[in-house]
Design a protein around this ligand. Structure first.
Ligand code: SAH
Ligand code: MG
Length: 206
């Protein structure tokens, strides 16, 4: 197996919420980008999607930057649907997904740069044009808009925006990522590429 195939297999086996077909589509989107620059992810969780991106990065000579405060999103907090009590750091009394993230990403740690921060804290410090931006952080209306406003403008012309958890039908899931996708498309500066499941791809033309 090539290194990229090894990383794809590790990604498929890693803990997290990214279905196999969407992970594969994320990898292919990252591999297909033709402009120079890093692949940047908002929302690392336990590193599953970062490994899919890393599988493309090792093939194309890129780096993956992934940003997360590692305290979880709203739905991961105590009392919510996706809460996992064993993830709470007793010394701090908050979630800590960084140890699991490091374990997952270990086979790709030469190409993955993890930034432990809130995305809105990193954004004003970030100037390198991005080849690919993967938006998969907090999905509240306010934070999804904030990530859109802070990060989409950092995509290189010709770069690819990928948005996860896009559900046009409210019965299937929250509407914040769908709102991002809709607004970006309405800007007229992007062309839609074929998506997979809730993963949507938009190429920046202008
Ligand atoms: N992309 C991952 C899943 C991400 S889950 C995968 O597919 O494997 C969403 C993540 O966003 C959580 O880990 C949460 O901690 C993170 N997050 C939520 N709000 C954030 C913020 N303001 N800045 C950075 N990360 C945030
Ligand atoms: Mg997601």
């Amino acid at each position: 197996m090539t290194r990229s195939e090894d990383l794809l297999a590790a990604a498929a086996a890693a803990p997290g919420f990214m279905p196999a077909d969407e992970g594969r589509a994320l990898y292919e989107a990252a591999l297909a980008v033709e402009v120079p620059g890093p692949l940047l992810e908002i929302g690392s969780w336990m590193g599953k999607s970062a490994l899919y991106l890393a599988a493309a990065a090792v093939q194309s000579g890129r780096r993956v930057v992934t940003v997360d405060h590692h305290r979880g999103s709203e739905e991961h907090q105590p009392g919510w649907e996706y809460h996992q009590p064993e993830l709470v750091d007793p010394a701090v009394g908050q979630l800590d997904t960084l140890p699991a993230f490091r374990r997952t990403v270990h086979p790709a740690e030469d190409v993955v740069v993890a930034v432990v921060a809130r995305s809105e804290t990193l954004a004003p410090l970030w100037t390198t044009p991005l080849a690919l931006l993967f938006l998969d952080g907090s999905h509240t209306e306010e934070s999804a808009r904030r990530d859109q406003d802070a990060w989409v403008a950092k995509l290189a012309v010709g770069g690819t925006l990928t948005v996860h958890d896009v559900f046009p039908d409210p019965a299937d899931g929250g509407q914040a990522p769908f709102g991002v996708y809709t607004r970006v498309l309405a800007s007229g500066d992007f062309t839609e590429l074929p998506g997979t499941g809730s993963l949507r791809l938009l190429r920046r033309d202008a």
